[in-house]
Write a protein that binds this ligand. Structure first.
Ligand code: IFM
Length: 486
């Protein structure tokens, strides 16, 4: 065996700190958050256009009308992605851009935008990862009842067929839904998201129909996509922890796990709704009528990859006497609970942990535990971290730079957690940073910056933050630098 002379050995990270071969490095965005061009080329309003234009719903009255103008600047954005060395780009499709009324024939100009975006990505050597639905239901479908109505699943199946027909020859990774929990429970429960309804029963009905629409879309994708295409769904699984070791707090955690996580993983990955969820919510919906014959078989059609979004853990207890049932829920202020059947659960922020600009506590171990828990509960299911990142109060220095050491530390900690989970047996295939660039952060408008690229909204100038250079270096090495170094 030839000895390697240390003085001429390539400067490579040691094997243990490298990521698995084929590990995908990406960044993510979503249509309403970045595209803009809200009324161009035939696009009609989605529920988020209506919601953001309703006074008092979004911070500062911000809307996605222009956003980061990705619709017009996608070529430059792809060039930037290439410069940063990204291997994959996760974007979502605006349903009302391609099928303005949510039914009927597609608008070619809308489809063309996505065709051009995908071609540009492929040309740059970046894999497109398409999400069919990231919260922007065509307003006409909401007017007809929205996700609480079963018929919306028919519309989603038709829309999926249109998109598979238009992009199936060039997009190999498809995600049905992004975070259906938010669509159901923030949209129809607490009402802090579009369409802003505060109807606990409708939220549960929406959750079932989102599940069903997912299963039906998987069937359509499987029928239409070439062999080898990958299907997936992305869930924001809550890493729920009880505040104390008491039985009461354990029960609070169980309730939130049921209505936050197992309401999706149960039917999707096991073909059943959890008994405790059905019992906790029986006063709100008649599940025996809501779930029809064949629904569970449809919902549980296998996916190739499970996407996991993680930002912060969820710490819960039973409320002290006199304490309100919501407390520090990270999902935004509302007098209505997003957690039907779990109204009497209190939420807490852990003591002594650093927080992001969202006031979310920073806890990379939550990601490690989540990946390990899902691997244990669903062995053999490949995982992908489809979102992870942090908002901080970034600004441009007089020298024109954006220094974001807290974001670098956040990303380092969470990528280290991914690596530890992989070392301990979790089959994690990739990581998508949220977000490629600053964008419309829903009810917070433009006040929260999650991007690794800074967007000066007045000029639409892009400035890669220090974290973008750091991430680029991680991708190039396929490994993390020593802690603290960048
Ligand atoms: O911006 C959102 C994204 O749209 C969905 N996941 C969480 C992100 C940060 O809040």
């Amino acid at each position: 065996m030839t000895a390697v002379r240390p003085d001429i050995a390539p400067k490579q990270a040691p094997e243990a700190t490298r990521f698995p071969t084929g590990f995908v490095w990406g960044a993510a965005t979503a249509a309403y958050q970045v595209e803009g061009a809200a009324a161009e080329d035939g696009r009609t309003p989605s529920i988020w256009d209506t919601f953001s234009h309703t006074p008092g719903k979004v911070h500062n009255g911000d809307t996605g009308d222009i956003a980061a103008d990705h619709y017009h600047r996608f070529r430059d954005d792809v060039a930037l992605m290439k410069q940063l060395g990204l291997k994959a780009y996760r974007f979502s499709i605006s349903w009302s851009r391609v099928q303005p009324t949510g039914r009927g024939p597609a608008v070619e100009r809308g489809l063309d935008f996505y065709r051009k975006l995908v071609d540009e990505l492929l040309e740059a050597g970046i894999a497109p990862v398409a999400t069919l639905y990231h919260w922007d239901l065509p307003q006409e479908l909401e007017d007809a009842g929205g996700w609480p109505q079963r018929v919306t699943t028919d519309r989603f199946a038709d829309y999926t067929a249109i998109m598979a027909g238009a992009l199936g020859d060039r997009v190999t990774t498809w995600t049905t839904f992004n975070e259906p929990w938010c669509s159901a429970f923030l949209g129809y429960g607490s009402g802090v998201h579009a369409p802003g309804r505060t109807e606990p029963a409708s939220a549960l009905r929406a959750a079932h129909h989102l599940n069903l629409a997912h299963g039906r879309a998987i069937e359509v994708l499987r029928d239409q996509l070439p062999a080898g295409a990958q299907t997936s769904v992305t869930l924001n699984l809550h890493q729920v922890r009880p505040l104390t070791a008491s039985a009461a707090d354990a029960d609070a955690a169980r309730r939130i796990d049921a209505v936050g996580n197992r309401i999706f993983t149960g039917p999707m990955l096991r073909g059943e709704y959890p008994e405790d969820l059905l019992a906790d919510t029986a006063h709100l919906v008649d599940w025996s009528k809501l779930v029809q014959d064949g629904d569970l078989a449809a919902i549980s059609r296998p996916v190739d990859v499970l996407g996991i979004n993680y930002y912060t853990p969820t710490l819960v207890s039973t409320p002290e006497k006199g304490e309100s049932g919501s407390g520090n829920d990270v999902h935004g202020a509302s007098e209505f609970s997003p957690w039907p059947g779990s109204e009497h659960v209190a939420f807490h922020l852990p003591e002594g942990k650093a927080r992001t600009a969202m006031n979310w506590s920073i806890d990379p171990n939550g990601l490690y535990n989540l990946l390990m828990d899902v691997s244990r509960d669903h062995p053999g299911l490949p995982l992908m971290v489809t979102e992870n990142g942090a908002a901080f109060d970034d600004y441009v220095s007089p020298e024109g730079r954006v220094e974001d050491p807290e974001r670098i530390a956040y990303l380092h900690g969470h990528l280290d957690a991914v690596q530890r989970a992989v070392a301990d047996g979790a089959d994690v295939r990739g990581y998508f940073l949220w977000s490629l660039m600053d964008n419309f952060e829903w009810a917070y408008g433009y006040s929260k910056r999650f991007g690794t690229v800074y967007v000066d909204y007045a000029s639409q100038r892009r400035i890669p933050k220090a974290s973008a250079h750091w991430y680029s270096d991680v991708i190039r090495r396929h490994a993390l630098p020593e802690a603290g170094l960048s």
